[in-house]
Design a protein around this ligand. Structure first.
Ligand code: FRU
Length: 890
């Protein structure tokens, strides 16, 4: 995350910016080349700026040539070099500027001429007033003002500029209609007031009287008037100009105040110039020549026009305020966008850092946890490994103590050995239990029991220890404490607390056990008057592997951890109160009734209780009860006497541990024929080849495990019937073992008596299918039972081929897809009879039926059931039924 937070944030920012860009159209840059600088152009420039404002995708670069041709040419070339998208030019003069404009046009830059023209056709569009028409209107109005007769002085603009030429032509055209109106003087004043004043002064020196002065713009008309007034010439002279700008001292005011007789509005309309430019740039339709409408201004309309203009100005001012606000908001919006992007980036970075930190901490935690787990796994594996050698120690000791005549010293030595092996077993079991709880694999086995009775019984088991150690027991129990809980785990909790109390209470001390019922919960308190626990250690006593009094070496730190784990597993808790030197008080709280599967529903509990308690040894200091060895069943009793060799079933032992193999063999050999295999593969092939009557297999073997072996055998039609007993040191293999079809399961260390009883039990269960041959159809069909189906299939084959005297075991075995030996072993195992015996019994039973039905001779019947000799048939019949075929049954 840390690695991609930054790029991700940048990508996001980039996307945000792109998004905002994507919403705008293509951006255009337009160059504007003004020929000069004056109030008319200022107004125009302002309108162009407004137009630029209304188009977000437009940037104008406005330059002024200051009435200088060369400067304007240079400006235009500069714009071409900048590759502007469009050029707007007001050419200073016709001829001089044309080549530069043609260059732009050739560079595929659209060119708009405004106000003034060139003498070239190479431009994209023109926009401006019709100067010829303006000239004509002014000429006509002048003639009218002069009453069709008078002398006129014409003050012209820059020589060579198109408005000067066109306005002149227009006026002269209009005056043609008034031959009595004569132009008596003319000068060029370059559109400037000062120049006009100077030129007029010069002209006055030679000029006789005149009636009117027509300036080609207002400024020049005013300049000429100043010259006339300065020279003290005529006072009734009519002055006329063009532009009619609505600014202070401009044409409109001049007309209103009588300084000028008339003017003509020369429109600027920068807005229309910009719109034309945008149409061209955006490929919209436009006209090539655009003439702006205009009007004559006289004293009659000057005031009105000024008022209108004032109104417009105010509106514009308001608009400007609004525009300012919009600008502010837009700027704020832009800033906010950037802030937002930064906030998002910072947020993502913080998120990235936090995530990285989290990963680092959890990785560290995982490493520590992994190391702990590895240690625990090592303990667990070691504990499992202990189980096998412990089996090989404890069981021989048990057998020696049970069977061998011993003197007192030998017996007490053996008992000492057995006690200490049990200590080891208890430790191993506790480690494994703790691990199971941690892995969530420990299951509760719920039963209904009276805790009062159980507590009494469990505490009684400790009485010898109390006596030996000179401790007093105080028991305080209510009348009855019905519970639904895991009795075995509750017992172990109490055992551990009592063991602990005994360990740390010196001779003469008291240990009390008290149980109470409150709000559906039982409280079991085990208190002692022993050495107590230091305050600093109190909070750790339930931690696994924590020793209460580390220095005295008592305890492993597992017992109390087990108490806590089992209490919590049952939805309860355990607590401790203690002061150093003042004893300790442990309190278990458990719910009286727990929900969940009861003992009967629990699959693991299908194993007999003897086995379940087999791996749960007593606390080490308790004298084992010498009479607690598993009680012998009649079958086991029988097994104490060796079985005669001819009846001996064949048992296959599969275990990779040679010692276990040999030990189990030594246990079984007095009663069974033994076959051994060192691993799963060998076990499988020997089982298939020899079809033993029972198989004992270890679960944990390299290669094919006992579970795999069992699964393979159970899926096989030939050997699927063989009962399999699995041995393992891992309690969690139990469910797996039953799932794979094993018939029984024993946890190491196991008792030899239990093992023998279990094998015997499994073998005797297999005799029932004999019944299939006891009559024609006495056994109700059970199609789900593969063994029964097999036996029935054999019987059907025999019945099918009964008349065939050559019918033999090989033929039927081949038809059933197995060897003669396999068929023999399987049938023998399932029914107790060999195939030959079964064939003969079937034939004889059919013969008996036929004879009872009558209508056939003995010889006929004997042939029909497949006997080749009637005398042999009679002999067999008599052997089987105890009567000759000719006699009726009693
Ligand atoms: C402004 C101006 C106007 C005149 C126009 C002619 O620069 O001189 O006074 O009408 O140009 O192009």
């Amino acid at each position: 995350m840390r690695h991609f937070a930054l790029p991700f944030a940048l990508l996001l920012l980039f996307s945000l910016l792109c998004l905002s860009c994507a919403r705008e159209e293509r951006h255009y840059v337009v160059g504007v080349s003004q020929c000069s600088e004056d109030i008319w152009r200022d107004k125009l420039n302002e309108e162009l700026r407004m137009g630029e404002y209304y188009h977000n995708n437009l940037t104008l670069h406005i330059a002024s040539a200051n009435d200088n041709d060369r400067r304007q040419i240079a400006q235009i070339d500069e714009f071409i070099a900048q590759k502007v998208d469009l050029l707007i030019v007001s050419p200073n003069q016709l001829h001089t500027i044309s080549p530069a404009i043609e260059r732009a046009y050739a560079a595929k830059i659209p060119v708009i001429l405004f106000d003034r023209k060139t003498d070239s056709k190479k431009y994209t569009a023109f926009i401006g007033a019709d100067n010829y028409e303006i000239g004509r209107t002014m000429g006509r109005y002048l003639a009218l003002q002069l009453g069709g007769r008078g002398k006129v002085v014409e003050v012209m603009g820059l020589k060579g500029s198109s408005p000067a030429i066109e306005r002149h032509r227009g006026m002269m055209e209009a005056l043609k209609a008034y031959p009595e109106v004569k132009v008596v003087g003319r000068c060029h004043a370059d559109w400037l007031e000062g120049a006009a004043q100077a030129q007029m002064t010069k002209l006055l020196a030679t000029l006789p009287d005149f009636d009117a002065v027509v300036g080609q713009n207002d400024r020049m008309a005013v300049g000429a008037r100043k010259a006339v007034e300065a020279a003290g010439r005529g006072h009734d002279i009519i002055y006329m100009g063009i532009d009619a700008l609505p600014v202070a001292g401009g044409g409109l005011e001049q007309v209103r105040d009588g300084g000028l007789r008339a003017s003509y509005i020369y429109p600027t309309r920068g807005d229309l110039v910009v719109r034309l430019a945008m149409n061209i740039l955006e490929g919209k339709p436009y006209a090539r020549d655009n003439y702006l409408k205009s009007a004559l201004v006289t004293k009659e309309n000057a005031s009105l026009l000024l008022m209108q203009d004032e109104e417009l100005r105010q509106q514009s001012a308001k608009l400007a305020v609004l525009r300012g606000r919009v600008d502010t908001y837009f700027t704020q919006y832009q800033h906010q966008k950037v802030y937002l992007a930064f906030i998002v980036i910072i947020f993502l970075l913080i998120l990235g850092v936090l995530f990285g930190l989290y990963r680092y901490i959890s990785m560290k935690h995982r490493l520590v946890e992994a190391a702990t787990q590895a240690r625990l796994q090592f303990f667990t594996n070691l504990s499992h490994e202990f189980r096998t050698p412990l089996t090989l120690i404890i069981d021989p000791i048990d057998r020696l103590l049970d069977d061998t005549p011993l003197d007192d010293q030998q017996r007490s030595l053996l008992q000492l050995a057995r006690r200490n092996v049990r200590v080891l077993l208890r430790l191993v079991t506790e480690i494994l239990d703790l691990r199971k709880v941690q892995n969530g694999k420990m299951q509760l086995v719920l039963t209904e029991f009276d805790l009062r009775e159980q507590l009494q019984e469990w505490v009684n088991g400790f009485m010898p220890a109390f006596e030996r150690r000179g401790l007093l027991l105080h028991l305080d129990l209510p009348d009855a404490l019905p519970m639904r809980a895991d009795a075995e785990k509750t017992e172990q909790m109490l055992n551990n607390l009592l063991s602990n109390a005994i360990k740390f209470t010196p001779r003469g001390g008291t240990i009390s056990v008290r149980a109470t019922l409150e709000d559906g919960q039982v409280r079991i308190v085990v208190a002692d008057t022993g050495v107590g626990i230091a305050k600093s250690r109190l909070s750790h006593v339930f931690d696994r592997f924590y020793q209460i009094n580390a220095h005295d070496g008592k305890g492993t730190g597992i017992g109390l951890a087990i108490v806590k784990a089992f209490a919590e597993l049952q939805g309860g808790s355990v607590s401790v109160e203690s002061r150093e030197g003042e004893g300790a008080r442990f309190c278990i709280v458990l719910p009286c009734r727990q929900e969940g599967d009861s003992e009967a529903d629990n699959k693991a509990e299908t194993t007999p209780p003897a086995e379940a308690s087999d791996h749960r040894p007593e606390p080490d200091f308790l004298e084992p009860d010498e009479g607690t060895s598993p009680t012998l069943s009649p079958e086991t009793d029988r097994l104490t006497n060796p079985t005669p060799p001819e009846e001996r079933p064949l048992v296959l032992i599969v275990d990779d541990n040679e010692e276990v193999r040999e030990y189990v063999q030594s246990l079984l050999v007095p009663h069974y024929d033994i076959l051994t295999a060192v691993d799963g593969e060998e076990g499988l092939s020997k089982a298939l080849a020899r079809v033993p009557d029972a198989i004992i297999a270890d679960v944990s073997m390299p290669g094919m495990s006992g579970i795999d072996l069992c699964r393979r055998l159970k899926a096989d039609a030939i050997v699927g019937h063989i009962p399999i007993l699995l041995l393992t040191a891992h309690a969690q293999h139990r469910l797996e073992a039953y799932d794979c079809g094993a018939d029984a399961y024993l946890l190491k260390p196991f008792s030899s008596k239990v093992l023998l009883a279990r094998v015997q039990n499994l073998l005797s269960n297999r005799q029932r299918l004999k019944l299939v041959f006891s009559g024609e159809d006495n056994l109700p069909p059970k199609p789900a039972d593969a063994d029964e189906a097999f036996v029935r299939a054999f019987r059907d084959k025999v019945q099918q081929h009964m008349a065939d005297p050559d019918l033999n075991v090989e033929t039927i075995a081949a038809e059933m897809g197995m060897s003669r030996v396999q068929l023999y072993r399987k049938l023998k195992a399932l029914t107790g009879n060999s195939p030959v015996e079964l064939i003969r019994t079937t034939r004889l039973r059919r013969a008996d039926l036929m004879l009872r039905q009558g209508g056939r001779t003995i010889a006929e019947v004997s042939y029909e059931v497949g006997f080749s000799s009637p005398s042999y048939f009679s002999k067999c019949f008599k052997e089987h039924f105890g009567r000759s075929p000719g006699t009726k049954p009693a």
